[in-house]
Design a protein around this ligand. Structure first.
Ligand SMILES: C[S@@+](CC[C@H](N)C(=O)[O-])C[C@H]1O[C@@H](n2cnc3c(N)ncnc32)[C@H](O)[C@@H]1O
Ligand SMILES: [Zn+2]
Length: 290
């Protein structure tokens, strides 16, 4: 069965969980080829099996090479293993009190490896993953590599998800829209937001800027805002340093938005540095919808 047909069948099965991002009316699947709403807004399934729900292409700094480097780091190194273990644990604990299948929605999923890793670790629970990102390059890659989740190109601020259809939202190092998150979550649904701590990739920031504050979000404000919208259940801090091989370090540099403005020669100098240690410093905020 083709990827397109397989996705069309899964979307058809769970069609009530989706809605048109333009007019908010329900979708139906037409001829196992497209999604169409009551007002005839129509979105075709691509051959890789994803659906693009954006009305026009958006420019994104996140491009194919960055996502390829990101996938290599996530799938071939163990840099993010502890993160995946902690996220899977939170989902498993939540699943004990909830109905199945659980809908796990990764808002700003990039190329999809985090979602796939987490689903793999929760294989004993019935789950349906849905990954959404505004970058088409990211979603094309996700759909090519990971066949089980539903992959959507869309805007998390106007998501194509029906009210109260999602049990768990994952939001990993991506922007949030709490109003939307609350709308699509079931009551008592789980929201898991991962934010960088002050030492996240600090070696890279030191090498690039000589300034470790540059490029850092204000963590306290993020946590306060999260608490305004959700019942904060847990905050987990993960901080550790790993030794990377030169190839892993190259992938890390290429996957990071921190290196966006580097010239080719700056990049070459950076890659020749003897810097193989890297710090992961992440905060996991776990909340419940009221
Ligand atoms: C730092 S990346 C993180 C990606 C992925 N969660 C990861 O950790 O590898 C931020 C992601 O948010 C996506 N993004 C930014 N604004 C968005 C929006 N309004 N709707 C959906 N995705 C968005 C970007 O395209 C990008 O893939
Ligand atoms: Zn519509």
């Amino acid at each position: 069965m083709s990827n397109k047909l397989k996705s069309a069948e899964v979307i058809h099965k769970y069609i009530k969980a989706f809605r048109c991002p333009h007019c908010e009316s329900p979708f139906e699947v037409v001829d196992l080829k497209s999604l169409m709403c009551r007002n005839n807004h129509t979105f075709d399934l691509a051959k890789q099996g994803y659906v693009n729900l954006m009305s026009r292409p958006t420019k994104s700094h996140y491009h194919k090479e960055l996502f390829e480097a990101r996938k290599k780091i996530m799938m071939e190194s163990d840099l993010y293993t502890l993160l995946h273990e902690n996220l899977a644990k939170a989902i498993k604990e939540y699943s004990e009190h909830s109905h199945s299948p659980l809908f796990i929605f990764d808002a700003g999923c990039g190329e999809g490896s985090h979602l796939q890793k987490i689903l793999d670790q929760c294989s004993e629970i019935p789950l349906q993953g849905i990954g959404l990102d505004i970058s088409k390059d990211g979603i094309v890659m996700a759909a090519k590599n990971y066949k089980e989740p539903i992959w959507l190109v869309g805007d998390l601020a106007k998501s194509p998800i029906a009210d109260q259809s999602i049990h768990v939202i994952l939001n990993i190092l991506s922007p949030s829209n709490y109003k939307e998150f609350k709308r699509i979550l079931v009551s008592n649904g789980l929201v898991i937001k991962v934010v960088p701590g002050p030492n996240y990739l600090i070696e890279l920031r030191e090498a690039l800027f000589g300034d470790t504050k540059k490029g850092m979000a204000k963590n306290e404000e993020t946590e306060e805002l999260f608490k305004k919208h959700f019942d904060l259940k847990d905050v987990i801090s993960l901080s550790y340093t790993k030794e990377l091989t030169p190839i892993e370090f190259k992938n890390l540099v290429q996957m990071s938005p921190l290196s966006w403005n580097l010239t080719k020669s700056d990049m070459d100098v950076l890659l020749k540095r003897d810097c193989s240690e890297i710090t992961i410093d992440l905060k996991i905020l776990i909340g419940r919808n009221h």
